[in-house]
Design a protein around this ligand. Structure first.
Ligand SMILES: Nc1ncnc2c1ncn2[C@@H]1O[C@H](COP(=O)(O)OP(=O)(O)OP(=O)(O)O)[C@@H](O)[C@H]1O
Ligand SMILES: [Zn+2]
Length: 722
C-alpha cells in the first residue's frame, strides 16, 4: 500500500515546498494549516495543491509524517490562486504571501484570551511611569501587548500593574456577535447619473462573475452613495463586501455615513486593532458572519467566505502601493482577487491613474461616469497665481492674491483651506556661519524641524533629536536658520496675518487617531475652525459645505522629483484638494501658487479639463515604453556594509540577461543612498509587455549568490524611485 503524501509550503524562509506523509486517520486537503517536523523542530505550514508547486523528489517511504492539522479554516481555492498570482507577479516567496493570509500565529491560539483593564487597587508604589501609563490607559482594555503600545511604556510596567492588582484580567471570547448591516435601512434617493451607475454595478454583483468597473466621478459627485448600492446588492444576495480605503485614520466620517445608510458599523480591519479584535474580526470574516469589511490594503488577504464585491475607494491613491515586505499594489491585487472569486470590483476615484484609464479605454474595465457634482453644486473656479509676478513678501509663503482671497473668505464668515504637502516647520536647517546642513545620521536626508514639538525629525527613519542650541559643525550659537516652509510655518504666517482666525493643522502628527479625525470634522462642521492647514491628509474624503476657498501653497513641489508619475501625481493631488472647495450651496474658488503656470498640468487644472493633459502624458508613456505600455521593475540591493551592497549590486548587474526588449539601468547609488543605516544600490529593469519579466527576474536573481548581510528586494511596477 502506498502512503498518501501532501506538499506543504512551510513558513521558513527559503525552504519552499516540502513533501510529507499523511498519517493514517488524518484527513488533509489543500489550504489546510498543519505542523510538520523539520530536523529536530516542528514548524507551521500549509498544504498546497501538489500539481501546482515543485517539490523535491524524495522516496515516498522516506517521507516524514505531518505532525498535526491545526484548527483553522482552510485557505479556499480562490485565495490560494490569488496567493500564487501575487507571489508570481511580484517575484515574492509564496510563504511570504501566505503569511499575509495568516498574519500572525496568534490566530493559532485559543478561542478565548485574557485582556486587562484598570479598575483594581491603586498600586502601593506609584512610579511616574506607572502614573503616566494609567493616565494614558484610562478605561482602555487590551492584552499586555496592546496596553504596552497604547501607554507607550515597557511591558514590564504593564506586567507590574497587573501583578499589583491595578489592572484586572477580563476573559474575552473570540466570537463576539457582529451586527449585520441592513441594505434596506436608509437607501438614498439617487440622482439620474448615480442611479444608472449604481444599477450597473448592483446588477453585476447580483449576477455574479468577474466584473471590474472604473467609477469615475468628479469630486463631490456622490460616488460613495453609488458604491454603497453595490454593497447593498452583496448583502441582499447573502454575500460579503470589502471596501478598501487608503488611510484608515481618516475613515471616521465615512463610518458615520455607512452607519446612516446601513444602520450599523461595518467590521474594520487595520494594523491598530487589538489582538482580540483582530482574532474576532478574522474568524467572523472566515465564517461569513462579518458581512461588510472596511480596511487598509492588508484586508485584501482576508479569508472571506463569500466575497461578492470589492470597492477600492480613492483608487488613484499611491498609498495602496505596499513598499515593504511583499511589494504589491492593492488596487491591482483587488482586481485579481475579484477575478479569482468571480466577483465584482469597483475602482472609485475622481482622478484615475493612467494605468486604470488605459484599462478602461481597452474595455477591460467598464467605465461609469458621474460628470457633475451632487445636488447642483458647481465645480470650483480654479486660477493659477504666478509666483514670479506676485511673489510673497520676504520670509513669507502666501502671495498677495492668496492673502486677499483668504481675507475676503474670512470676512464672509466662510472657511479656507491651505494645502502644503510638507509636515513640520521647515524642511532644512542650515548654519549661516559654516553652511552646515543638519542631516539624519541614518539616511541621506535632511532633518525636518518640528517647532511644535521642538525637535528635528527624519521623515524616512523616524530619528528625532532636540533642536541643537548651536551649530553641531562649527559650534556657532544662534547661527542656525530654518529654510523653506512646512505646514507649521504656514500656520505661523496665518497667525500673524489673521490673528483672530481659528486655525487647525491637519497632518499625521496632529490627526493621528480616528478620534482626533472625528473631533476635527466636528469642529469644522460647527464652524469653530476658520482656516485648515494641511498636508495630503486634507485632500481626501472631507465634505465641508462652508469651505469655499482652497489655496495650494506650492503646486510645483511634486514636480521636482521628475519620476514618471510626477505630473500625474501633481494633477491628482491638486484636483483632489481643489475638490474640497464649494461642495455645498456656496461656490468654491481655488488658487494654485506656482512658478510655472504654463506647465501642461497647471493648464489642465485651471481649465478643469484633464483630457489634453492625460492624453499627452499617456502618449509620452507609450513612446517611452513605460507602464502600462511596458513593464518596469526595480531591484534594490542594500546592506549596512556599503562595500557589500556595491559588490552584490555589481554582481547582479553583470549577470543581467541579454534579451531583446529588455534593458537594465544601473546599478547606481540610490537617490536615498542610505536609509535606516543601510547603504542602497538600485537597478531599474525595463521590458516590453511581451516579455515574461517575472520569470526573467526570478532566473536572473536566483543565479547570483548574495552574502547574508545583503538584502535584495524586487519592486515590480515601482512607484518609488528613491
Ligand atoms: N443621492 C444622494 N442623496 C443625498 N445626499 C447625497 C447623495 N449623493 C451624494 N450625496 C451627498 O453629497 C456629498 C458628496 O458626495 P460624496 O462625498 O460621496 O462625493 P464623492 O464623489 O465621494 O466626492 P470626493 O471624490 O470628492 O470625495 C456628500 O455629503 C453626500 O452625502
Ligand atoms: Zn533617517
Amino acid at each position: 500500500m502506498t502512503t498518501a503524501s501532501v506538499r506543504v509550503v512551510v513558513f521558513q524562509h527559503g525552504l519552499g515546498a516540502l513533501d510529507y506523509a499523511v498519517p493514517p486517520g488524518l484527513d488533509l486537503g489543500p489550504g489546510d494549516a498543519v505542523t510538520v517536523p523539520l530536523g529536530p523542530r516542528t514548524i507551521t505550514g500549509v498544504v498546497w495543491d501538489a500539481g501546482r508547486l515543485h517539490g523535491r523528489d524524495v522516496e515516498p517511504k522516506r517521507l516524514r509524517p505531518v505532525a498535526a492539522r491545526l484548527d483553522l479554516p482552510p485557505i479556499a481555492e480562490p485565495l490560494r490562486r490569488l496567493c500564487e498570482w501575487v507571489a508570481d507577479y511580484y517575484v515574492a516567496p509564496l510563504a511570504g504571501v501566505i503569511r499575509m493570509v495568516w498574519p500572525s500565529v496568534a490566530f493559532l491560539g485559543d478561542r478565548e484570551t485574557t485582556e486587562y483593564r484598570a479598575g483594581g487597587d491603586a498600586p502601593t508604589r506609584l512610579t511616574p511611569e506607572r502614573a503616566r501609563a494609567l493616565e494614558k490607559l484610562a478605561d482602555r482594555q487590551g492584552s499586555v501587548r496592546d496596553l504596552t503600545r497604547i501607554a507607550g511604556v515597557s511591558d514590564a510596567v504593564i506586567r507590574g500593574l497587573v501583578k499589583a492588582g491595578t489592572l484586572l484580567p477580563v476573559v474575552v471570547g473570540a466570537d463576539r456577535p457582529i451586527a449585520v448591516p441592513d441594505p434596506g435601512f436608509a437607501p438614498p434617493l439617487l440622482e439620474a447619473a448615480q442611479a444608472a451607475a449604481a444599477g450597473s454595478i448592483a446588477d453585476a454583483v447580483t449576477a455574479g462573475g468577474f466584473a471590474p468597473f472604473l467609477l469615475e466621478g468628479v469630486t463631490g459627485s456622490g460616488k460613495t452613495e453609488v458604491y454603497f448600492e453595490a454593497v447593498a446588492a452583496a448583502l441582499r444576495s447573502g454575500g460579503q463586501a470589502l471596501v478598501l480605503v487608503p488611510e484608515i485614520a481618516l475613515t471616521a466620517p465615512w463610518l458615520a455615513r455607512f452607519a446612516a445608510r446601513f444602520g450599523c458599523a461595518p467590521v474594520s480591519w487595520h494594523s491598530d486593532l487589538k489582538a482580540s479584535e483582530r482574532r474576532a474580526a478574522w474568524s467572523a470574516i472566515a465564517d461569513g458572519r462579518a458581512r461588510v469589511v472596511v480596511g487598509a490594503r492588508s484586508a485584501l488577504f482576508l479569508p472571506f467566505k463569500d466575497l461578492r464585491v470589492t470597492i477600492v475607494d480613492e483608487a488613484h491613491e499611491t498609498s495602496f502601493k505596499q513598499e515593504e515586505g511583499v511589494h504589491y499594489h492593492a488596487r491591482d491585487v483587488a482586481v485579481m482577487r475579484a477575478r479569482e472569486e468571480a466577483a465584482t470590483v469597483v475602482l472609485a476615484t475622481a482622478t484615475p491613474a493612467i494605468e486604470t484609464q488605459v484599462q478602461a479605454a481597452r474595455g477591460t474595465y467598464r467605465h461609469l461616469l458621474l460628470p457633475a457634482r451632487f445636488g447642483g453644486a458647481r465645480m470650483p473656479d480654479i486660477a493659477a497665481v504666478d509666483l514670479r509676478r506676485f511673489p510673497p513678501a520676504r520670509g513669507h509663503w502666501l502671495s498677495p492674491p492668496l492673502v486677499a482671497a483668504v481675507t475676503a473668505t474670512l470676512e464672509k464668515g466662510e472657511q479656507a483651506l491651505l494645502f502644503l504637502n510638507r509636515r513640520g516647520y521647515a524642511p532644512l536647517t542650515l548654519c549661516r556661519t559654516c553652511g552646515e546642513r543638519i542631516q539624519c545620521p541614518n539616511c541621506t536626508a535632511w532633518m525636518v524641524e518640528h517647532r511644535l514639538s521642538r525637535r528635528l525629525a527624519c521623515h524616512h527613519c523616524g530619528h528625532v533629536t532636540p533642536v541643537p542650541p548651536a551649530c553641531p559643525a562649527c559650534g556657532d550659537a544662534d547661527s542656525l536658520v530654518a529654510c523653506g516652509p512646512g505646514v507649521e510655518r504656514i500656520a505661523e504666517e496665518v497667525g500673524r496675518l489673521w490673528p483672530a482666525a481659528h486655525v487647525a493643522l491637519v497632518t499625521s502628527d496632529t490627526i493621528n487617531s480616528p478620534a482626533r479625525a472625528a473631533a476635527l470634522v466636528a469642529a469644522v462642521e460647527a464652524r469653530e475652525i476658520d482656516v485648515l492647514i494641511g498636508t495630503q491628509m486634507v485632500t481626501k474624503g472631507y465634505h465641508f459645505p462652508e469651505l469655499t476657498l482652497v489655496g495650494v501653497v506650492d503646486a510645483d513641489l511634486g514636480l521636482s522629483g521628475g519620476d514618471l508619475r510626477a505630473g500625474e501625481r501633481t494633477f491628482q493631488q491638486v484636483a483632489q484638494v481643489a475638490g474640497r472647495a464649494g461642495r455645498g450651496a456656496k461656490p468654491g474658488r481655488v488658487l494654485i501658487q506656482t512658478h510655472q503656470p504654463q506647465a501642461r498640468v497647471m493648464q489642465a487644472l485651471v481649465a478643469g479639463d484633464p483630457r489634453a493633459f492625460y492624453a499627452a502624458e499617456t502618449e509620452t508613456r507609450r513612446d517611452l515604453g513605460l507602464p502600462p505600455f511596458g513593464r518596469l521593475a526595480a531591484i534594490i540591493v542594500s546592506s549596512e556594509d556599503a562595500g557589500a551592497a556595491l559588490a552584490a549590486a555589481r554582481a547582479i548587474g553583470a549577470a543581467a540577461p541579454a534579451a531583446e526588449g529588455l534593458s537594465v539601468l544601473g546599478p547606481a547609488a540610490a537617490p536615498l543612498a542610505m536609509l535606516r543605516g543601510r547603504h542602497r544600490q538600485r537597478l531599474l529593469v525595463q521590458a516590453t509587455r511581451t516579455l515574461a519579466l517575472q520569470r526573467i527576474l526570478r532566473d536572473w536573481l536566483g543565479s547570483v549568490p548574495v552574502p547574508g548581510n545583503v538584502r535584495v528586494v524586487v519592486d515590480v511596477d515601482p512607484y518609488s524611485f528613491v
